[in-house]
Design a protein around this ligand. Structure first.
Ligand code: FAD
Ligand code: DHB
Length: 389
């Protein structure tokens, strides 16, 4: 098989890149390790920056998001019973969209099917060959048969555990990492959200987040030690812990019910530099991971796609390689700013095991300052709605 851009990974990065390239007349083939059902069953991000919303419009996949997504003007940050409202719309003129990653991915698969794009599922042993030459190719196995895909460029959209990043020799790249000493236990439940906007809570009982997918579907998280296992958390234990972290007003009006999904995600900050090796480009989680506190993971993947999509169209349609030459540096500048924000939000809102008494006072002072300073709220709002591309 031959194509212009071979895309490794059919998660949000790979699908969005493929959809935008196809719309611009560039041919792609997507190689995905899992089944489509598996990709669509992973409950992950829930908040889209306005730039991501605009890209979904540009990709022609915004109809359902417009009908079913929920634009939010702001959200709350709390310290025990102190509730600080940050009104993004008043402070920046922009909003965010609450629309789940599974919905975005579903819409993209549907659009790619309509385009007739080849998406090969259940591929194994993907190997990217000769990325530093003018004739790279990708080898993979499907149904027990070894196959070859020739291409002009390879986009590594295969997440943190994929092969693309590891294809770059260790002496040609650098990794930066911080692992946090806790995870997030997440629960999805068919209940009315406890508040009309998201609530990020710092409390003497630890961090919690009250989020949602719709008016009848809630998504909640609490901070847990990394050693905890999901089966140690009955629904009852989860609801009790969650309510103990949220302000009394929010906890008091909370509807509880059986969980329909429950999982623990570790928190990590990670960046691989550079994002390019010859004709191989890293996109999204294959190159970087943020702790989820700032809702930046999926949105950073979208901004990488924006830079790379424009660069590849210029290279393939106009023979202009300035975009691909500048891709890594351009994308990394925005990535590091989102890293800083996610790290700062994580530090502002979580208890760190073994921390000194000073740390808790710093969190309290930060939240107090946020409640009293419009400048601090504007800074947070600018970052939360997404820095410009
Ligand atoms: P992925 O979504 O990881 O997609 C990569 C795809 O590549 C996958 O489908 C995988 O099967 C495939 N793949 C992997 N290896 C290979 C291979 N060798 N060959 C072929 N295909 C391969 N972000 C937020 O903003 N908020 C959240 O609440 C949030 N929660 C998260 C919870 C978890 C458990 C995780 C892991 C991430 C979460 N994120 C969250 C981050 C967000 O979901 C990611 O940033 C986003 O999914 C990145 O998209 P991606 O397409 O780059 O990578
Ligand atoms: C969700 C997850 C986040 O990490 C976040 O910051 C906001 C919302 C969510 O899953 O709804």
């Amino acid at each position: 098989m031959r194509t212009e851009v071979a895309i490794i990974g059919g998660g949000p990065s790979g699908l969005l890149l493929s959809q935008l390239l196809n719309k611009a007349g560039v041919a792609t083939v997507i190689l995905e390790r899992s089944s489509r059902e598996h990709v669509l069953s992973r409950i992950r991000a829930g908040v889209l920056e306005w730039g991501t919303v605009q890209m979904l419009h540009e990709a022609g996949v915004s109809d359902r998001m417009e009908a079913e997504g929920d634009p939010h003007d702001g959200c709350y940050f709390t310290d025990d019973d102190l509730m600080v409202h940050v009104n993004f719309h008043e402070l920046t003129g922009k909003r965010v969209m609450v629309y789940g990653q599974t919905e975005v991915t579903t819409d993209l698969y549907e659009a790619q099917d309509a385009m007739g794009t080849t998406i090969v599922h259940n591929v194994e042993d993907v190997v990217i060959q000769d990325p530093t030459t003018n004739a790279p190719y990708v080898e993979y196995t499907v149904n027990g048969e070894r196959r070859r895909l020739d291409c002009a460029y390879v986009a590594g959209c295969d997440g943190f555990h994929g092969v693309s990043r590891k294809t770059i020799p260790e002496d040609k790249r650098k990794e930066f990492e911080r692992v946090y000493p806790f995870g997030w236990l997440g629960v999805l439940s068919r209940t009315k959200p406890s508040h009309h906007e998201l609530v990020y809570a710092n409390s003497s009982n630890g961090f919690a987040l009250a989020s949602m997918r719709s008016q009848t579907l809630s998504r909640y998280y609490v901070q847990v030690p990394l050693t905890d296992k999901v089966d140690e958390w009955s629904d009852e234990r989860f609801w009790t812990k969650l309510q103990s972290c949220l302000p009394a007003d929010v906890a008091g009006s909370m509807e509880t019910g059986p969980s329909i999904e429950k999982s623990i995600a570790p928190l990590r900050s990670f960046v691989n530099e550079p994002l390019r090796w010859g004709r191989l480009f890293l996109v999204g989680d294959s190159a970087h991971i943020v702790p989820p506190t700032g809702a930046k993971g999926l949105n950073l993947a979208a901004s990488d796609v924006f830079y790379l999509y424009n660069a590849l169209v210029d290279a393939l349609k106009k023979g202009d390689e300035t975009g691909i030459d500048g891709y890594s540096e351009r994308a990394l500048t925005r990535i590091w700013k989102a890293m800083r924000f996610s790290w700062q939000m994580t530090t502002m809102l979580h208890q760190f095991e073994g921390e000194d008494s000073f740390a808790g006072q710093m969190r309290k002072a930060t939240l107090k300052h946020l409640s009293q300073s419009e400048t601090a709220r504007r800074d947070l709002a600018e970052n939360y709605i997404g820095l410009p591309y």
